[in-house]
Write a protein that binds this ligand. Structure first.
Ligand code: AMP
Length: 657
């Protein structure tokens, strides 16, 4: 018998009535029995309860209760439940997505319920949610056999089957399959299945809360239900255990973002097994280390203190994480862990040319930059962004690229992330060969004086770079963290023309005059990752070209919602004409930040009733590479506000000298 089976058996043998001080009993309160397939209704009820709650802690408790039952009674279905909760059909980096058009779903609802499409269309205009419409439309198909109740596994397989059907000719088959799913739905199941099908589940559950719920469920099942019957959820011991477990689960997931592997390690080895069981792995993109913005050269010196540091050029391209296995298979992922092999077939083919014979397998962190072959120089980001997303033929490649490698995270079956940067950089240079114009090491200089930083910065700007990345030489690779050991020093900051913020569009105002017919202004929010809320940070109406406005209007129209989400924080005086799902991030430039009585970014942090807002915001571009939860956070807005204040104080001090 395998270790897994033994462990699961141990857990399942405990599946008897449980007496703890917990209100939830994972066996008695579950709606299915040990070893049975999990009914989809149990998952749909959990989604509904989460949707009705806006408190993050309550959401975590609800989800963790359900997961305890899953771990206890049907552990093999744990990853499937997680994927359904997140509206994913597998690991995010595999990119299999659902996004059925409204027309297919409407046809299926008509067939299942006998309703007319025109009625459904007008109801959709009013409610903006096909899920609710499917739930409230009664199925009146005459059925010879009552369909079997849906299970989690069946729903997952069927959703996956539909997503894998490609091409126009499959339309009618898709309608048929959706119809048969709807016919089998009970209670609120149709709401969530239809929303999943259209790729708009959005119940307000952030992935970080899901990971915290997984940790909580395992801590309770492992430590308390089985061993300590006097356990109390209020005890300090439990709280600190929970905190450590959540940290362990989150960092394991950041190293290896794959729920199938995470769950199997947790089920086999428990929380303590994560450190060893979830190490970086070739073919699974790990979350990248990120940098903090910094205001100027003086601030860099101040922040690093005793740490020795290096100034690397900050290239303006697209981040690329390149993996290669021992068998010679290569992969390339974006900053968001998206597989970009289709965009960079040339890079994948040529990567083998740059490796030394001893280099067998690796994970490389680099910036992929547009390159002028004739002039032998870097081209701006705008040129790179014209590269097609999918290239089949080499002749189609008009924009050539050069890789600038700046870190090595994994070499020959060993993770390097715990090594200091100095060592990683040395190993990087030992393991690869530079080829000018194709593969180069990020240019850098180790400096310790203010004047030297300024000199490297000028050099970087002259070389078409955005500025510098200043990195502590003794720092480890801090996955998924905006680390204080990496500071970005952009040339813009120094010119004093203001900072850029990545904000999420959550609403719009109808355009007037020349803008009639399009949206003319927008309401933007930053993301408060502590409370999982989108908090408004500015209204935006400048910086757009006419074609931008039209493109934004067409795109955002598709994401309209009837009313704001419970996790949008705004003042009523700013209420927009239309609300949107939080789906797109925009880069905004502003003159400075100020305290605001109406905007809600970081509300209460600096002054009890005031938030922070951007002054004179201008639109720059869409940040396709960022998810809404990766927008500038409220904490960062506070930091930007504070460092601006500090700078102003310094300037005043200088002036009074
Ligand atoms: P930002 O997107 O402004 O937060 O800047 C961080 C990005 O700069 C990273 O995600 C990389 O794509 C890019 N970058 C360019 N050069 C470097 C470098 N030498 N080290 C790290 N990141 C770099």
């Amino acid at each position: 018998m395998s270790e897994t089976q033994q462990r699961l058996l141990k857990l399942n043998r405990m599946a008897s009535p449980i007496k703890t001080k917990l209100a939830y009993d994972p066996v008695a309160h579950a709606t299915w029995k040990e070893g049975e397939s999990i009914p989809y209704l149990a998952l749909a009820h959990t989604l509904r309860d989460i949707e009705q709650n806006s408190s993050r802690l309550k959401m975590i408790e609800i989800l963790s209760n359900f997961l305890q039952s899953v771990i206890y009674l049907s552990p093999k279905e744990l990853p499937t439940c997680i994927y359904l909760m997140l509206n994913q059909l597998g690991p995010a980096y595999q990119g299999l997505e659902l996004g059925l058009g409204d027309s297919i779903i409407m046809k299926a609802i008509c067939l299942a319920t006998g309703r007319q499409e025109s009625h459904i269309k007008s109801e959709l205009k009013e409610k903006g949610d096909l899920g609710l419409i499917a739930e409230t439309s009664r199925v009146n198909q005459t059925l010879l056999f009552k369909p079997k109740p849906l299970t989690v596994q069946v729903v997952f397989e069927r959703l996956k089957g539909i997503a894998e059907m490609k091409g126009q000719s499959t339309q009618s088959k898709k309608v048929e399959r959706v119809q048969s799913l709807i016919v089998a739905c009970r209670e609120c199941e149709a709401r969530y299945i239809v929303r999943s099908l259209s790729g708009k589940l959005r119940i307000g559950l952030a992935e970080q809360s899901l990971l915290a719920s997984v940790a909580r469920a395992f801590v309770i099942v492992e430590n308390y239900i089985r061993k300590d019957k006097n356990f109390s959820p209020e005890s300090e011991k439990f709280k600190s255990e929970l905190e450590a477990a959540a940290e362990a689960v989150k960092s394991a997931y950041n190293r290896l973002p794959n729920y199938d592997i995470l769950c199997s390690v947790l089920l086999e080895k428990g929380i303590d097994g994560l450190e060893e069981g979830c190490q970086s792995m070739i073919s699974v993109p790990l979350k990248p280390m990120l940098a903090q913005p910094s205001k100027g050269v003086e601030e860099v010196i101040k922040k690093f203190g005793e740490h020795k540091f290096t100034c690397e050029f900050k290239y303006d391209g697209e981040r690329a994480q390149i993996h290669r296995s021992e068998s010679g298979k290569s992969y390339i992922f974006s900053r968001n862990q998206e597989d970009t092999a289709g965009k960079y077939p040339d890079v994948l083919r040529e990567i083998a040319d740059y490796i030394k014979p001893e280099t067998k397998s690796f994970i490389l962190d680099c910036e992929c930059v547009a390159w002028d072959v004739q002039e032998k120089r870097i081209l701006p980001f705008q040129v790179l962004s014209t590269r097609k997303r999918k290239t089949v033929d080499d002749d189609e490649i008009k924009v050539k690229v050069c890789l600038f490698a700046f870190d090595l995270l994994h070499l020959n079956d060993k993770s390097l992330i715990k090594l200091p940067l100095q060592d990683r950089r040395e190993i990087l240079k030992r393991s690869f060969n530079e080829t000018p114009g194709k593969f180069m090491f990020a240019q850098s200089r180790d400096v310790d004086q203010l004047e030297d930083i300024q000199e490297v910065l000028d050099e970087a700007v002259k070389n078409q770079c955005e500025g510098l990345m200043v990195k502590a030489l003794d720092s480890t690779y801090e996955i998924a963290k905006r680390s204080q050991y990496w500071l970005k020093l952009k040339k813009d900051y120094l010119e004093g023309v203001g900072d850029t913020v990545d904000a999420v569009v959550i609403g719009a105002y109808y355009g007037k005059g020349k803008r009639t017919g399009n949206y003319g202004g927008f309401l933007l929010a930053c993301y408060d990752d502590e409370n999982e809320q989108f908090q408004t940070v500015c209204k935006l109406g400048t910086g757009f070209k006419d074609e931008d406005l039209e493109a934004h209007t067409n795109f955002l129209k598709e994401h309209m919602i009837e009313k704001p989400k419970s996790y949008y924080v705004y003042d009523d005086s700013l209420r927009p004409d239309v609300w949107f799902e939080a789906v797109q991030v925009w880069e905004i430039k502003c003159a400075d930040l100020s305290l605001s009585p109406v905007h809600r970014a970081a509300v209460g942090v600096l002054e009890s009733k005031k938030g922070i807002s951007l002054r004179f915001p201008r639109y720059l571009r869409v940040r396709d590479d960022k998810k809404p939860e990766e927008a500038t956070s409220s904490a960062q807005i506070v930091e930007m506000y504070n460092s601006q204040e500090m700078l102003q104080n310094n300037n005043t001090e200088n002036r009074s000298d």
